[in-house]
Write a protein that binds this ligand. Structure first.
Ligand code: AMP
Length: 284
């Protein structure tokens, strides 16, 4: 695996690759590191669907609205390199802040048609602007044909798809399924900050949204589903931020069920903020 620690190094690796394979498909997996099998599932999908896989690890300061969250975000470069090497990633891009924001934080504006005003957007002001800012910048540096994102960050996938459309970026977005541990906990870099008791307590996220999906399958109403989910969630000890049944396209809450919807949840487990979601039908 080649490692690029600056824009120049990345540019030269990509240029020499493209010189030999002009029609080669570049698959890109942007991450913030502290890699786990969720990230690796994206690398595997990228390997299956591209000729060269580029992964970036960059803890993007502009998407954190809480300074202590940014500071506590796990960083483990050596482990990340080993894991990517083991999984045959071709290029790892490890930029510095000045590579991504050479002139400081840009005056970046994007109208996300309200997709950024709900759920995560309500609790993390400016988060999605920061995400779009860094992803658009990374896309311009890597110039991938395909980019792979996890449905774990369901709202992010919708927003990136929207951004690609309005910015007319020539990249195909591939949404990949959520990887969970054997108990159902969605893998996340933040799970490292949970102790053993908290890891058990965190399972209430998946059990809550699973109860909601079962209610849909059983033909119950949205109102009944909310009641059942609330009963389930309240058996645990987490602090809820939101629990919403939303339309996959608009991300707005719904009052009747159909297959093009998802149930999304965010809650604090101790000091760690966790998110999860489940699709009622096939995600497309
Ligand atoms: P992050 O490093 O948290 O910014 O995540 C980088 C990418 O990995 C994003 O597209 C995430 O949605 C994806 N990802 C994170 N956790 C998982 C998971 N458990 N399953 C699948 N994809 C994931």
């Amino acid at each position: 695996m080649k490692i690029a620690r600056s824009n120049e190094e990345l540019h030269s690796i990509l240029a020499s690759f493209k010189q030999n394979n002009q029609s080669a498909v570049i698959g890109f997996v942007p991450t913030m590191g502290a890699l786990h099998q969720g990230h690796i599932s994206l690398i595997k999908s990228a390997k299956e669907q591209s000729d060269m896989v580029v992964c970036s690890v960059f803890v993007n300061p502009t998407q954190f609205n809480d300074a202590s969250d940014l500071e506590k975000y796990p960083r483990q470069e050596k482990k990340d390199i080993d894991l990517l090497e083991k999984n045959e990633c071709d290029v790892l891009f490890l930029p510095q802040v000045q590579d991504i924001y050479p002139n400081g934080v840009p005056d970046y504006q994007i109208n996300l048609d309200g997709l950024d005003q709900v759920m995560e957007g309500k609790f993390r002001t400016g988060h999605f602007e920061g995400v779009c800012m860094v992803v658009e910048r990374l896309f311009r540096l890597v110039n991938p044909n395909k980019a792979f994102f996890g449905i774990k960050d369901f709202q992010q996938v919708s927003i990136i798809n929207y951004m690609v459309k309005v910015r007319k970026l020539d990249v195909q977005i591939i949404a990949c399924p959520i990887k969970r541990d054997e108990n159902g906990l969605a893998l996340s870099s933040r799970n490292q900050r949970l102790n053993e008791d908290e890891k058990k307590a965190a399972l209430i996220l998946f059990s809550t949204i699973s109860v909601g999906k079962q209610a849909f399958i059983d033909g119950k109403s949205v109102k009944e589903a909310y009641q059942l989910m609330s009963d389930e969630f309240n058996k645990g000890s987490l602090k809820l931020e939101y629990l919403e049944i939303v339309d996959n396209s608009t991300l707005q809450e719904v009052d009747t069920f159909n297959e093009n919807q998802s149930i999304c949840i965010a809650a604090y487990c101790g000091e760690v903020r966790l998110i999860d979601n489940i699709q009622l039908g096939k995600y497309s």
